[in-house]
Every structure is written in structure tokens, then in C-alpha cells.
Design a protein around this ligand. Structure first.
Ligand code: UDX
Ligand code: UDX
Length: 455
């Protein structure tokens, strides 16, 4: 039985390995992490991340061919194939601070592999990394003094949170990059064989190492760029009475443009988009391409502009002051169906509102715990509410930050009755029906559409 190890039991490593174990009963899959609490949670009934469908997959395989452990050394010793899925955040110190990827955890992992390995292994980069990281990985791994040989493979993960299990079970593509040598090709094939257990061969793409590493950064940059492009146009729509939904629906009908990922919003969040674009910007600068760096940096600037613009609109609508006003924040996660709040636009909106001395009542069905951590150091009046009706009671305004479907099912008549008047509704996700909400009595401010007000 072949043994797969994954180092890093996070949002990427955890679900990915669960699906590999589920689809490949002939492999033993072990996921290790230095975080004991996280591993304990993976071994409990209360998994450390919320992801629709994940519980079922883990329950099917755990204890059979799927194991979660903190014993990194044993895991490394026994494994034939090691996936590395540790975090690679943006550097906060020294050269490249605020842009470059912080590769210290990756390097520590490589050193830990050579410390504990006693046979040749395939090491798979699952984490998103700067292009050419595999070269550094290879040098560190081959600095071992026992003559051990390692093949480095790049196999970036494209899953999106909230749909991770579906994305893993039925991916658009699986990308596997390796060296174009005999050993490199052999290693690529080993990884292809894993995915071929459930992914049709034509969807498994093999490339050289550098293309694979770069494709992950480029895919995220292109997706984020679409959101920023649409959001930039949403600002123009609000000035001209064009409707962003109509514009994107009509533009997206062109098959060359495509209909997906064109939803105007308060801005993109999540652990990847900003980090990966910053990484791309840094790389372009490093390779002497300042114009290319500047081009991509604009995607982030536009995203920041969108949340500033949203708060500006709130202030302008509410008579230029929110001081001492209660504002209900509906949703804190960076998107629906996840408890993840990393880089959520709600963080920046809440901080701006707190600076304006607003009193915040925050509700989210899955992300309240994370919200509290994100705003731990923020001064001001904040209450976290399990019950959405408690959050809106006595509020002057509601700000919708996350596109949770359950918000659509709330009793907005009851909500309106319980609020201060005039009642304002700022819909940062275009989630609610403008006419219906206006009919109830709200003054409604969607994104990229004319506001509908009673005055
Ligand atoms: C992260 C990156 O954000 C993403 O770019 C990359 O593609 C994969 O890794 P994610 O799984 O969301 O994605 O990160 P996170 O949830 O932070 O998980 C990383 C895990 O690695 C953590 O549980 C951490 O404890 C663990 N880790 C980190 C180790 O086990 N060893 C280390 O040395 C460092
Ligand atoms: C993203 C990529 O989609 C995935 O392939 C990669 O592996 C990791 O990064 P994720 O961050 O989980 O996944 O979520 P995604 O669905 O891409 O959404 C990112 C952000 O963009 C969210 O805040 C979302 O609300 C926002 N978004 C998305 C929009 O504002 N409009 C859209 O049309 C789509």
C-alpha cells in the first residue's frame, strides 16, 4: 500500500487529502500539522473548518485509510509521496515586506523532510508559491548528506472555499508540473495515477515545473481582476443609472467573456487573491518588469477603493454621521458557506465604521468566532449576535457584507419594524430585492445600481 503524507492540515490540505483518501482506498493518507489543537479537531466530530460535505467524507475514511496526526517525523519516514500544504503568507518584515511570500514555513518543512527521511521521496508543492520555488526546494532537499534523492512536483490546488468538496470531486482541471527529465516524468506519472482514480484523463494537465507554479498565481490574479473590473464599473453605474447586473448579464453572454465571476460586490476577500497578486507584483519587480507589476497592483487598489467607497456612500446617505448610531453588520465571512474571514471586506468596513464611532452589532451564521479575533484590537462598541433579529433591533442601518442565502429568508418586515427610522439598507452583495425592500419601507443602497429612497 502506497503511503501519502500531507504536511499542513489547513483549508487546503485537510479537504484535499480527505477526498484523495475517499477516492483512493489503495493509498494510506496521513495529514500532519504542528498545531495540536487543529489535529485534535480533525480527529473529533467538530472539524476545524466548515465546508459543506466535508464531514461525510472524513467520517467515511477516518481510521481506515485517512489519519490525522502531530507526529511529523514518523509521517515523513513512512511516506512515499509528501504533499506540502503549509501556509505561505505575505511577508511582514524585511526585504519584500507586504508583498513577497514568506517562505520560512516551507523551508522549515523541507529541512524537516531531510532530517527524518531515510528513503527517496516525491515532494509535491500543494501550497501556492512564487514561480521557481521548486528550485530552492530541490537545493535544500539535496543538501542532505545521505545521498537521498527527491523529485519535486508542483500540483497547485484550485478549490474555492464553500465548494471545496465539489471542486475536488469534479475539478475543471488538475495541474501537475515536473522536471522534463526521465525521473521528473516518472514522478509526474505517480501523481497523475492518484488523480486518475476519479478525474478523467483529459482534465489532468501536465506541464513543466515553472508553468505549473506560475499558473496558480495567474489563475487567482485573473479571477480577482474580473471582480475588480466589474467593481470599477459598478461605481460608474451608480453615477449614470446604468444597472451593473444588466451590464454584466448582457456582456457575459458573449462566450468569449463568459457569465461567471462577474458579480459586483463590496470587494473580494479570502486568503488567496490579495496574497497571490502581491506575490505576482513582487516577482515582476524582482525580474525587472515594473510596468507589469504596476498593472496587477491596480487590481488590489481597486478592491480597497470599493470598500472605502461603500463606507463613503453610507456616511453620505446617513446625513454625514454615523457616530453613536447602531449599525447591524449582516455577514462577516469573506463569502457565503464558509466560516473563514481572512481578508474579508467586512473587516475593513467595520474598522472604518468604528473610526466614525458607529456602534456595531455583528451577525454571521458561521464566522462570529473569527470575527471576534479579527476585531480583537479594535476600539469601540461592538456586540456579536448569534440571532440576526437581535443584531438589527434599534439599528439605524443594515450593511450586508456576505452573500449568505439564509439572509434572504429573514423576515424583513419584522426587521424594519424593529429598527430606527429612517431605516437604511446598504447591500454590499446585491443579495436582496431592491423593490421589495423599498416596498417594506427601507431606503435601499445596492452596489452598481441607483439607490431607492423615500426622500
Ligand atoms: C495555505 C496557503 O494560504 C495557500 O496559499 C496555500 O496554497 C496552502 O496553504 P490554507 O490551507 O488555507 O492555505 O492555510 P492554513 O489553513 O493556514 O493551513 C496551513 C497549516 O499548515 C496550518 O494548520 C499550520 O499549522 C500548518 N503548518 C504550518 C505546519 O504544519 N508546519 C509548519 O511549519 C507551518
Ligand atoms: C479562490 C479561487 O476561486 C480558487 O480557485 C483558489 O484556489 C483560491 O482562491 P476562494 O478565495 O475560496 O477561492 O473564493 P472565491 O469564490 O474565488 O471568491 C473570492 C472572493 O471574491 C470572495 O470574497 C467573493 O465574494 C468575491 N467574488 C467572487 C465577488 O465579489 N464577485 C464574484 O463574481 C466572485
Amino acid at each position: 500500500m502506497k503511503k501519502i503524507l500531507c504536511i499542513g492540515a489547513g483549508y487546503v490540505g485537510g479537504p484535499t487529502m480527505a477526498v484523495i483518501a475517499d477516492k483512493c482506498p489503495q493509498y494510506t493518507v496521513t495529514v500532519v500539522d504542528i498545531n495540536e489543537k487543529r489535529i485534535a479537531a480533525w480527529n473529533s466530530d467538530d472539524l476545524p473548518i466548515y465546508e459543506p460535505g466535508l464531514d461525510e467524507v472524513v467520517k467515511r475514511c477516518r481510521g481506515k485509510n485517512l489519519f490525522y496526526s502531530t507526529d511529523v517525523a514518523k509521517g515523513i519516514k513512512e511516506a512515499d509521496i509528501i504533499f506540502v500544504s503549509v501556509n505561505t503568507p505575505t511577508k511582514t518584515f524585511g526585504a519584500g515586506a507586504g508583498r513577497a511570500a514568506d517562505l520560512q514555513y516551507l523551508e522549515k518543512t523541507a529541512r524537516s523532510i531531510i532530517e527524518h527521511a531515510d528513503s527517496d521521496k516525491i515532494v509535491v508543492e500543494k501550497s501556492t508559491l512564487p514561480v521557481r520555488t521548486a528550485q530552492a526546494m530541490s537545493r535544500i532537499l539535496h543538501s542532505n548528506t545521505r545521498g537521498l534523492k527527491f523529485q519535486i512536483i508542483s500540483n497547485p490546488e484550485f478549490l474555492a472555499e464553500g465548494t471545496a468538496i465539489n471542486d475536488l470531486m469534479d475539478p475543471d482541471r488538475v495541474l501537475i508540473g515536473g522536471l522534463e527529465t526521465e525521473e521528473g516524468k516518472k514522478a509526474i506519472n505517480e501523481i497523475v495515477e492518484i488523480y486518475a482514480n476519479w478525474v478523467p484523463r483529459e482534465r489532468i494537465i501536465t506541464t513543466n515545473l515553472w508553468s505549473s507554479e506560475l499558473t496558480k498565481l495567474v489563475s487567482n490574479a485573473l479571477l480577482a481582476q474580473r471582480v475588480s473590473s466589474v467593481n470599477s464599473i459598478s461605481a460608474l453605474c451608480e453615477k449614470t443609472e446604468a444597472n451593473i447586473n444588466e451590464v454584466t448579464a448582457a456582456a457575459g453572454r458573449d462566450t468569449r467573456i463568459g457569465a461567471k465571476f462577474l458579480k459586483a460586490s463590496i470587494g473580494f476577500g479570502g486568503s488567496c487573491f490579495k496574497k497571490d497578486i502581491l506575490n505576482l507584483v513582487y516577482l515582476c519587480g524582482y525580474y525587472g518588469l515594473p510596468e507589469v507589476a504596476e498593472y496587477w497592483e491596480q487590481v488590489i487598489k481597486m478592491n480597497e477603493f470599493q470598500s472605502r467607497r461603500f463606507v463613503g456612500n453610507m456616511l453620505a446617505a446617513m446625513f454625514n454621521t454615523v457616530a453613536d448610531k447602531k449599525i447591524a453588520i449582516l455577514g462577516f465571512a469573506f463569502k457565503a458557506d464558509t466560516g473563514d474571514t481572512r481578508e474579508s471586506p467586512a473587516i475593513s468596513v467595520c474598522r472604518q465604521l468604528l473610526e466614525e464611532r458607529a456602534r456595531l452589532r455583528i451577525h454571521d451564521p458561521k464566522a462570529l468566532e473569527n470575527a471576534q479575533l479579527d476585531l480583537e484590537d479594535a476600539a469601540g462598541d461592538i456586540t456579536y449576535c448569534e440571532d440576526p433579529y437581535e443584531a438589527v433591533k434599534g439599528a439605524h442601518a443594515i450593511a450586508v457584507m456576505t452573500d449568505w442565502k439564509c439572509f434572504k429568508e429573514l423576515d424583513f418586515k419584522r426587521i424594519y419594524e424593529s429598527m430606527e427610522k429612517p431605516a437604511f439598507l446598504f447591500d454590499g452583495r446585491n443579495l436582496l430585492d431592491v423593490d421589495e425592500m423599498y416596498g417594506i419601507g427601507f431606503n435601499v443602497y445596492p452596489i452598481g445600481k441607483k439607490a431607492k429612497t423615500h426622500f
